[in-house]
Design a protein around this ligand. Structure first.
Ligand SMILES: [Zn+2]
Length: 514
């Protein structure tokens, strides 16, 4: 390893040693003792590494690039250098055909659709940056104004998507039959045949996410704009009041967070009681059994009805994070200790041993009982198996897991500070490093950052600096695959809001803790 700047010569050598890794044979050298700031390169055999910095702001310096992604994805307005004014005619209801003003918001991915569940993750990312880093988030000194302007832009659409009964609709332009029929530019004139459709379905997950998000908006804007804050809080309350706070592990995780954030916004004891009740139900879905046939434990069941281990390409770490947030919000609760133990158990008995399965330290997608589909499931212990990547012969939808990894970075970063566990903070970085180049392809899956960026699946506006792609998938053998040519593979190369949102959330916590 040598310093490639023009400063004093610096050179260090470390031995390459074999590392146990289920992702193929690996050797590694540990330069972790070197903290001297500089721009370095490592030579191993005939190969040169990409140049890399050791400096305090190595991650922080490109946070504004990622944040700029949201503005480029704005819908309903011209975004300079990206696209002209669009979709002023959003949208007509799928059921009645009636026009509803659903303009604004953000295009979700490498296309033009506006899913609520996915695009709300943009807001969570920005809200987390504002909450944890405040006006100093951008080292260039831009302050809170651009963050708050972007947050307001997205929220104008989210608020329009709340029906008069308090419940929240699912999407605009999602495709009438699960297809791409609404994925097009329009003439911006309401009432013409190219108007896109609003999906009036009211899905449980979206209700919980919306309540949590509007509660966070209310807190963020409380000092600067009381009226706007009150409007956001009212939206959160109305959604909370008309929905049952139930569901599978995924929904209960979000309802726990929603109740915690509503309490933070209101300080009402009823919200605290609700949060305690939901968090306790969620904790009850954690599997705690152990034994010689179980190499891991502490993961969640999918629901009260199914003991299938909980797996989720987006919100995989959210249940454990929500439990920890409940413990942080109510430290004097009689259950706080058990919630903390639940989060600790998830990390120590499940996340850490699973991350130890490869040289990269990434969190595998999840564990299974046996081999449920005709493809390779890696043996774990007893009847338990696992895959690093989503199954490819189970269903049409499988894709890269950068949101799953970044959501674990959120949990690990938060828990590292809460439990004073330095190793968990390091493990949080492993999850992000996989996305940003420490992977078998040496490729960074964020445009304009790092090296060997694949061309994104972004079929309308091309490259967006800071956009984070779905990420590396596995094949039937669970070996990593990535489109490094130009096949336009959406599974690996498409931008998606949840990756950006969870990355920003993780960064906000990592940069505000030590
Ligand atoms: Zn648009």
């Amino acid at each position: 390893m040598r310093d490639i700047s023009s400063g004093p010569a610096f050179r260090a050598e470390r031995p390459l040693v074999s590392v146990s890794s289920d992702l193929g044979a690996a050797v590694a050298a540990d330069f972790g003792d070197i903290t001297r700031q500089g721009l370095y390169q490592i030579r191993a055999g005939d190969e040169l590494s990409p140049p890399f910095f050791i400096r305090k702001d190595a991650w922080r310096r490109f946070l504004p690039v990622v944040v700029s992604y949201h503005r480029a994805q704005r819908c309903g307005v011209a975004t300079p250098n990206v696209h002209g004014v669009c979709h002023l005619d959003d949208a007509r209801r799928r059921d009645t055909g009636a026009h509803v003003d659903a303009t604004g918001g953000w295009h979700d991915a490498g296309d033009l659709r506006k899913w609520m569940d996915a695009t709300m993750m943009n807001a969570f990312g920005l809200l987390a940056i504002a909450r944890h880093l405040g006006a100093g988030w951008d080292l260039a000194g831009s302050g809170l104004a651009p963050l708050e302007e972007e947050l307001r832009w997205g929220n104008s659409y989210f608020l329009k998507m709340q029906d008069t009964d308090g419940r929240v609709w699912a999407d605009v332009a999602g495709g009438v039959n699960g297809d791409n029929s609404d994925n097009h530019w329009t003439d911006n004139i309401t009432g013409t045949p190219d108007d896109r459709y609003l999906n009036p379905a009211k899905r449980p997950l979206i209700q919980a996410m919306f309540t949590a998000m509007e509660s966070m908006y209310a807190q963020q804007f409380k000092a600067a704009d009381r009226d706007y804050s009150a409007r956001c809080l009212d939206a959160a309350r109305r959604c909370w009041n008309v929905n049952p706070h139930e569901g599978d592990t995924e929904e209960l995780g979000w309802w726990t967070l929603a109740a915690v954030e509503l309490h933070r916004a209101t300080s009402e004891s009823a919200m605290r009681r609700a949060a305690e009740e939901i968090a306790t139900r969620l904790a009850g879905l954690q599997q705690t059994g152990s034994g010689s046939d179980r190499a891991v434990t502490g993961f969640w069941s999918t629901s009260a009805k199914s003991t299938e281990p909980y797996k989720n390409a987006v919100h995989s770490a959210l249940p454990a994070f929500a439990i920890l947030e409940a413990a942080r919000a109510f430290p004097d609760s009689g259950s706080a200790k058990s919630w903390r133990e639940a989060a600790r158990r998830y990390i120590e008995a499940y996340v850490v041993p699973m991350c130890n399965r490869s040289a990269y330290g990434l969190m595998p997608f999840g564990i299974y009982h046996g081999s449920p589909t005709p493809e390779h499931y890696r043996p774990l212990s007893g009847n338990l198996t696992y895959r690093f990547f989503m199954p490819v012969r189970k269903q049409f939808w499988w894709q890269g897991l950068n949101a799953h990894l970044a959501s674990h970075a959120v949990l690990l970063a938060s828990a590292a500070a809460e439990f004073n566990q330095r190793a968990w903070r390091e493990l949080a970085y492993r999850q992000l490093e996989w996305t940003f180049g420490a992977n078998p392809f040496g490729a960074t899956l964020a445009s304009g950052i790092g090296e060997r960026n694949p061309y994104p699946h972004s079929r309308y506006v091309g490259v967006i600096p800071g956009g984070i792609m779905n990420g590396i998938c596995g094949n039937a053998a669970d070996e990593p695959i990535l489109d490094t040519g130009y096949a336009g593979t959406w599974r690996t190369n498409e931008y998606w809001s949840p990756h950006v949102g969870y990355f920003e959330w993780a960064q906000a916590i990592l940069e505000s803790t030590t």
